[in-house]
Design a protein around this ligand. Structure first.
Ligand code: WTA
Length: 653
């Protein structure tokens, strides 16, 4: 790998040494497999699926009635079985499945809490907890809400749900009680699995307290809360609703046969932000998601039996679902899992972990890389990173400077970098280099994965010429695709399938260069990505207007060197309320407690009026310009009231 090149359009091939042992060793091999997967998707995916375990084989690989897909129709399988029993059957029973490290450290810097579970041990724990779930009254099809920190029991809970056919809805631990309540109601979920607390940067996050708040908000709708003891922090207890995890599993058998589930059985819901205020429950099903995550994990990370793989994402996001739990376990590798912050007790923690467990494949977000860059190259140098063979990034565009730093200082110039583009909705990685085959260009996610047919088009759906920006669409169904938005078919059609006729609309802008390489520009809708976390401007706006002093609010994302994008909120107050500094803090806090700390605006500005078009639409473009450059120069001919811009300009200066 070259390290010094700043010319981003020059493709650097993988090293011959890496290619020689790779699953896909050359561009020719990639091209011919990709072509086959597009020309004959049913033949291709049928062959891929033959390597997984099915209780009953499919009648048809794909039934496609736009926008509804059935993959492996008629088959019966179980994802938990494929992650556990099938691995044991294949001789992986004593191989470590999860190596976990908690955040707190001893005086000598070693972690206080660690746990290694082999595939056999993980299987036993999953079965035992699955039996406990049944005992607590949870049945096939019941939606189970999971709100936990990064502890092994989170993966155990998901796999136990999958085993009995109870779809899980995992909520990221950074969301507040209100956000949990909204998701509970939407999913009509009556069961929650949580912990007393979770460690983050030396502090306890009061997870159970947030769950209690959510339960209060949904007013008696929650039947059971299973609580894992993690931090021993003080919590409130509701005797006829709450049950300790350790008591729930007490005496339960470690044998729980996996349910034979229909290929299209709902595996999970994962709530994510869209253009409107309400978060949407992205629905994924069993067989297609299973095959797609297994196959992408194998090829994108070039997984081999002895790999020690570490994805630093939180399981509360799709990256953790697909590439901590379901993808890697189906490949029988060792998964490293870490509970806490990258900078606890200091910025060396990640490199210590890589060193301690001899991590071979490492997958993280560009924001994290930029944060490490800022701390300097001396910190990773203090640790032995020589076992690393491959590096990955996900979640937001990676700037070439960060790409090059990652390559040189973490990968030692010898590790291929896979910049993987995908979404909660896509279930798995869609555009990515294949590490033994694809020459990389820093900043480009490169070429489509097998079976994926992306294009950059204009608003009418016509492909745009190379290097021109347009909308990124996918022209063919793929096994990992979402099957819907829970309970909202109209929104599913409108959001994804009507914008560009006959195509899946991603919501991203992109360009494709003369080599067929994709360069993701970013969202073209009202979704923003702060440190790779996906948030909707509309949900932050509704949090702001729920404050008694706020009349109107407009939220936009603007470029930020560290976090990719940052949140700015423009707020008008109800009459009678005065603007002052403390109110800014109060509003940030209010968003934090309504939605979660990750949604707090970096910048709050007060204005007498928001710039609107004559038809009453807020001119976000002007606000973005203002937040980015400090003033507005752009076209304001459709602006309703010019004095608004005059006020905003003078406020900014
Ligand atoms: C963005 C995360 C550029 C993109 C897996 C997408 C990226 C949104 C990349 C989905 C990448 C993800 N380069 N942008 N490699 N990966 N994105 O649902 O805007 O949290 O639409 O899924 O993240 O975010 P989500």
């Amino acid at each position: 790998m070259s390290t010094s090149s700043t010319t981003t359009n020059v493709a650097v091939p993988p090293s011959p040494a890496f290619s020689a042992g790779a699953h896909v060793p050359s561009m020719d091999a990639y091209e011919s497999q990709w072509k086959r997967s597009i020309d004959d998707p049913e033949g291709y995916w049928g062959e891929v699926a033959a390597d997984s375990h099915f209780f009953k084989k499919w009648d048809r690989v794909l039934e496609w009635k736009l926008p509804f897909a059935k993959w492996f129709a008629g088959a019966e399988t179980n994802v938990s079985y494929n992650c556990l029993d099938f691995q044991i059957e294949n001789g992986r029973g004593d191989h470590p499945a999860i190596i976990w490290e908690g955040e707190p450290v001893n005086d000598d810097g070693t972690p206080k809490d660690t746990l290694t579970l082999s595939y056999r041990q993980l299987h036993a724990r999953v079965c035992q907890f699955a039996n406990a779930l049944k005992k607590q009254g949870i049945q096939k099809n019941d939606r189970v809400t999971i709100y936990m920190p990064m502890v092994p029991e989170l993966a155990i809970a998901m796999l136990a749900c999958a085993r009995i056919g109870a779809p899980h809805s995992v909520i990221f631990g950074g969301f507040s009680g209100q956000a949990i309540a909204d998701r509970l109601v939407d999913a009509d979920s009556r069961h929650i699995i949580t912990t007393d607390g979770g460690w983050r940067r030396g502090k306890v996050i009061p997870l159970k307290q947030n769950v209690d708040e959510a339960c209060k908000l949904v007013d008696g709708k929650v039947d059971k809360v299973i609580v894992l003891k993690r931090c021993e922090n003080e919590i409130q207890w509701e005797a006829d609703r709450d049950v300790w995890w350790h008591e729930a599993i007490d005496g339960m058998s470690e044998d729980c046969p996996a349910e034979r589930l229909d290929a299209e059985h709902m595996l999970f819901l994962l709530y994510t932000s869209g253009s409107t205020g309400k978060p949407k429950g992205i629905l994924h099903t069993t067989a297609g998601y299973m095959i797609y995550t297994r196959h992408t994990a194998k090829h994108v990370f070039d997984l081999k039996p002895d790999d020690v793989y570490w994805c630093t994402a939180d399981i509360g996001w799709i990256t953790g679902h697909s590439y901590i739990v379901y993808g890697p376990l189906q490949n029988g590798v060792t998964n490293v899992m870490y509970e806490g912050g990258p900078n606890y007790p200091d910025w060396e923690r990640f490199w210590q972990i890589c060193d301690r467990y001899k991590v071979t494949k490492f997958y993280t977000a560009p924001t994290a890389i930029r944060a490490f860059m800022k701390q300097g190259a001396e910190l990773p140098k203090k640790h032995d990173l020589s076992n690393l063979k491959l590096l990955g990034t996900v979640g937001e565009p990676i700037n070439p400077a960060a790409w090059n730093w990652y390559d040189e200082n973490i990968g030692g110039g010898r590790c291929p970098i896979v910049d993987t583009w995908w979404q909660t909705e896509t279930g798995g990685i869609m555009i990515t280099p294949l590490p033994g085959a694809t020459p990389t260009k820093p900043g480009s996610a490169t070429r489509p994965f097998f079976g994926i047919d992306p294009a950059v088009v204009d608003a009418s759906g016509a492909p745009v010429p190379p290097n021109e920006s347009g909308l990124l669409v996918i022209r063919k169904p793929w096994p990992g695709m979402l099957r819907g938005i829970y309970g909202d078919e109209a929104r599913y059609r409108k959001q994804y399938w009507t914008e560009i006729d006959g195509c899946y609309f991603t919501g991203d802008g992109a360009r494709c260069d003369e080599d067929g390489y994709f360069w993701i520009i970013g969202r073209v809708d009202d979704v923003i990505k702060v440190s790779g976390h996906r948030l909707g401007t509309a949900e932050i706006e509704s949090a702001l207007v729920s404050h008694p002093k706020v009349a109107e609010a407009a939220v936009i994302g603007y470029p930020d060197e560290m976090t990719g994008e940052a949140i700015a909120a423009f707020v008008t107050l109800k009459s009678g309320f005065e603007v002052d500094e403390s109110l800014k803090q109060e509003l940030k806090q209010h968003v934090g407690s309504t939605l979660g700390a990750i949604a707090k605006p970096k910048d709050v500005r007060f204005t007498d009026a928001l710039p609107k078009t004559r038809s009453g639409k807020i001119m976000r473009r002007l606000l973005r310009e203002l937040a980015t450059t400090g003033h507005v120069k752009g076209d304001i001919t459709t602006l309703e009231d010019l004095t608004t811009i005059a006020t905003l300009n003078s406020e900014a200066s």
